[in-house]
Structure formats: structure tokens, C-alpha cells
Design a protein around this ligand. Structure first.
Ligand code: PAY
Ligand code: ZN
Length: 314
């Protein structure tokens, strides 16, 4: 027999390895894990997620997590893979996780912006690419739309650029981009099922709650803050790192068209943006020796929010 090489969760992986890893997870956990393809990128690559949960034949509640909406934030896809490994492990050993898997499905997209992620792996000059890879409109020669400015949530109003060369270019219209359309369609078609929408970025060590637009306040703002602050406590307990919790205007900068704001406007109650390590020392180029601690702490934060949502419903 041929020994399968252990997947190294504490290295960064190019897209083809992540795709193979997804296939392997599906094979190894046939009873609870399945790949679902739910869209195509501009360059016609498949956008896939892992659906993890026990088949019950019933309409189940759900948890959303996406990573890699921004190409250069490599710690994010690493976290989604770690998260999948941890919940699959916990499913076998932890009765609470076992119960959760009966009542909920986890939908995890390791890399949403596949074209951008692959571009960021091309060479040193492209390593810090953020956007997707759609060509600019008309006579603009730049590439890429900021997918986290492209969602149909106060689209194009604050903290965006209409210059297609800008890193915060919001695109030509709400959800003009195929990657934003894929999420909009998948989540939007069953929005009442989703209890949580967690979108993973780096960097800054922040837990952002809706809304990015300074003129709007989420109707459950107090709850979002309370749960977020408790999640930050859980994070701090792992390796002592501090996460700041708040709306983007309060702790970062105002913006519009983020996927988190869109999800909250769809009625999904607990929507958060995670900004993982660090606070700028290495920024997007977080050394590989920090992957493990960064994932371990973020896992506790995410699980706090997910467990809260679960306990509130079941
Ligand atoms: O409110 O959700 C929000 C904005 C969150 C991020 C954004 O889309 O601008 C924040 C940035 C990110 O992760 O993309 C932060 C990083 C450091 C950046 O590129 O500025
Ligand atoms: Zn980002």
C-alpha cells in the first residue's frame, strides 16, 4: 500500500493543491463532506465549497464561511482548511460538534477569488494582488474589481473607487462580478437557513460587524457586539493576541458593498468579517510559522460565534 502524504496545514498552498485537498477530504469523509460547485470565475475556473454535515433528509440550518475573497490574504485560505480539519476531527470526538452536524451544515469556501489567488502565486510582482481578474470597462486598461466592494449593499456609496485601476474599484454595478454573483445566488436562495455568515480576511486582528456605511446601524448591533467581544476573549485566551471588535467606520474605515453587509441585509443575523493576524509587521506576507497559532486562535473565535448561534436556535 502507498502511504498518503500528510497534508501540511501550516504551509501556504497553491490553488491546485487546495483543489486536490478538497477532493481528498470528500473521499476521506464520504458520510459527511461533499464538494459543491456553485459558480465560475471570470477566467472560467470553478468556485467550490465543502458542505459538511450529516445527511438527514431535512432542510437544515447552515453556517457560511468564505476565505480568499482577496487574493493576497493567504492566511485566510489556510484558515478555512484548518477549520475544516478541526470540525471533522471534533465531529468524531466531541458530542457537541456531533450534535451540531446533525442540525446544521457548514458551507466552507476555501478560496472564493480563485483567479486572483492564482495570480498572487505567479511571481513576486503579483504577490500583493487583491482584486479578481476581470478586465476594466471601456478604455480602462487595468484589471480587477474589489469583490468586497461589489456586493449589493449600499453599493458604490462610501469607501470605494470608480477608477478601475484602484484596489477598491467597486465594479460596474452591484454584483457585476461572477464571484459575487455566485455567493449572492447560493446564499440568497436559502438565506433563511443561514444562522451565521463569516468572511475571513487579513490583516489587522479585527472582528468587524455590520455596517460599513456610517449612516446605518444593524438592528441587532448590541447582540453582534456582545457575541463579538466574547469571541475576542476566546481568541485572546489561546495565544494572548488582542482582536478589536466594532463596525468598520469605528475601527477601520467606512465602506460599502461588502459581502458581510450584504448578508446582514439579507436577514442573516450573525455576520462578521474576521481580519486575521497580524497588525502590520508582516501584513499580507505572514510567515508560515504563524499559520498554526493564527488558525488556532481564530478557530476559537469562530466557534464561539457558531456555538452561540446554534444554542440560540436549538
Ligand atoms: O468593512 O468589511 C469591511 C472591510 C474589510 C476589509 C476590506 O475589504 O477593505 C479590510 C481590508 C481587507 O482585509 O481587505 C484590510 C486590509 C489590511 C487591506 O487591504 O486594507
Ligand atoms: Zn481582505
Amino acid at each position: 500500500t502507498i502511504d498518503r502524504v500528510e497534508y501540511d496545514y501550516f504551509k501556504y498552498h497553491p490553488m491546485d493543491e487546495i483543489t486536490k485537498w478538497m477532493t481528498q477530504i470528500e473521499k476521506d469523509y464520504k458520510d459527511i463532506a461533499r464538494i459543491e460547485d456553485y459558480g465560475h470565475t471570470y477566467e472560467n475556473r470553478t468556485i467550490s465549497l465543502l458542505k459538511i454535515g450529516l445527511e438527514t433528509g431535512q432542510q437544515k440550518k447552515a453556517i457560511w464561511m468564505d476565505c480568499g475573497i482577496h487574493a493576497r490574504e493567504w492566511i485566510a485560505p489556510a484558515f478555512c482548511q484548518f477549520f475544516v480539519r478541526e470540525i471533522l476531527q471534533a465531529y468524531k470526538t466531541d458530542p457537541k460538534m456531533n450534535e451540531m452536524m446533525k442540525n446544521m451544515d457548514f458551507y466552507v469556501t476555501p478560496v472564493l477569488n480563485v483567479d486572483g489567488y492564482m495570480f498572487s502565486w505567479q511571481n513576486n510582482e503579483t504577490r500583493l494582488w487583491r482584486k479578481n481578474r476581470t478586465p476594466g470597462p471601456r478604455n480602462c486598461t487595468c484589471f480587477g474589481t474589489d469583490l468586497n466592494r461589489n456586493f449589493d449593499a449600499n453599493w458604490g456609496t462610501v469607501g470605494v473607487s470608480y477608477d478601475c485601476c484602484s484596489n477598491t474599484y467597486c465594479g460596474t454595478s452591484p454584483a457585476s462580478e461572477p464571484e459575487a454573483q455566485a455567493v449572492t445566488k447560493f446564499v440568497g436562495s436559502r438565506k433563511d437557513d443561514f444562522l451565521c455568515f463569516l468572511t475571513i480576511h487579513s490583516y489587522g486582528q479585527l472582528l468587524l460587524v455590520p455596517y460599513g456605511h456610517p449612516n446605518f446601524t444593524a438592528d441587532n448591533y448590541d447582540e453582534l457586539m456582545e457575541v463579538g467581544l466574547a469571541a475576542a476573549d476566546a481568541i485572546r485566551q489561546v495565544h494572548g493576541k488582542n482582536y478589536t471588535v466594532g463596525t468598520s467606520p469605528a475601527v477601520l474605515y467606512s465602506n460599502s458593498g461588502s459581502s458581510r453587509d450584504w448578508a446582514r441585509m439579507q436577514g442573516i443575523p450573525l455576520t462578521y468579517t474576521f481580519e486575521l493576524r497580524d497588525k502590520g509587521m508582516y501584513g499580507f506576507v505572514l510567515p508560515e510559522d504563524q499559520i498554526q497559532p493564527a488558525c488556532e486562535e481564530a478557530y476559537e473565535g469562530a466557534m464561539h460565534i457558531i456555538t452561540y448561534a446554534y444554542n440560540k436556535t436549538f
